[in-house]
Design a protein around this ligand. Sequence first.
Ligand code: CND
Ligand code: ZN
Length: 394
Amino acid sequence: MKCLITRHTLRETLGTVFQGTPGEAGVIKCKAAVLWDQKKPFSIEEIEVAPPKTKEVRIKILATGICRTDDHVIKGKMVSKFPVIVGHEATGIVESIGEGVTTVKPGDKVIPLFLPQCRECNACCNPDGNLCIRSDITGRGVLADGTTRFTCKGKPVYHFMNTSTFTEYTVVDESSVAKIDDTAPPEKVCLIGCGFSTGYGAAVKTGKVKPGSTCVVFGLGGVGLSVIMGCKSAGASRIIGIDLNKDKFEKAMTVGATECISPKDSTKPISEVLSEMTGNNVGYTFEVIGRLDTMIDALASCHMNYGTSVVVGAPPSAKMLTYDPMLLFTGRTWKGCVFGGLKSRDDVPKLVTEFLAKKFDLDQLITHVLPFKQINEGFELLNSGQSIRTVLTF
Ligand code: CND
Ligand code: ZN
């Protein structure tokens, strides 16, 4: 797709890069997939992307993955303002920077970060924390200064979780972008922007899976498969995958599951089935679906005393959970994590380097690659259960 860029000259390197003084780039007109309202398809529109203000970065997107979290916004399960540009799992090139930006420069290959790392707040300064105060999990839909950089047909268009990657160009705060190795393949490492890191981190960082343990993963989508990869790399000896869709089992076994089951195959509660299968020895469970009933199932399925259960699936907004406190009284640990508990700006470049060193394989997670304009087809593949990750290229 062609973009009309005003007021400044361009250089084609890895992408389109502004060579002038920081803060002096002009407005860019480009194509974006706009969601005008809930439960509506994406509409490819021409939008205006304002230049980056102080401490902001404008990025040309090269590739972006489709994650279930984006679909939660379409379905109204996650709070958002409309119109909005969603998408949060991408690779891009820095096109221009605002004043005061020091950690990236035009031409750098980057991953936008849906979980920022300001390096100043309590969560950023605590070695165990990662939920930066600047994160937008409540759906404000604006950058740090409280405004948006997108307009379409004269109307402001909201941002999504500090990223908004279903567009040819986006603007993010400097705290929401990490420079990565220039040689990284964009259509693969985009998964390090969400799905892979969220799942892998949930196992190694949040769950702290121990060698020789038994792990159970509820939900075998892109994030769940990445949890399996994390459990395997942590040395788990048994990894049980759970999904209603048995078509997901083969891929789960390829990435490291030792067996897979469907809750539909037994009339017993899944916690009993798992207890019988393992001799009551499930060390870790991960809920990677985003449902209240499976969050309780996962909690009840880990060992009543030394088990740990991690909530990875995004909880439906404005829903409450009722559970028997005896589940916790006996000693279980119940945790959750955003972005796998990882510190985004520190850990994303390291994961890219590990990927380039072949420490893990992202090809297993990518089932489809489509041109950006076929975004609605990408979501149909997700909703019909056919895809793990669809990557859209520009
Ligand atoms: P995706 O939809 O691809 O996978 C979910 C899987 O769960 C599918 O294979 C379904 O068949 C399966 N499933 C659905 N219902 C059930 C059920 N009742 N019992 C068993 N299996 C079932 O989703 P994804 O892998 O892209 O994402 C998974 C969740 O993780 C989703 O809620 C998403 O919003 C969330 C997430 C969280 C974070 C984070 O930072 N914590 C980041 N990204 C995504
Ligand atoms: Zn995601």
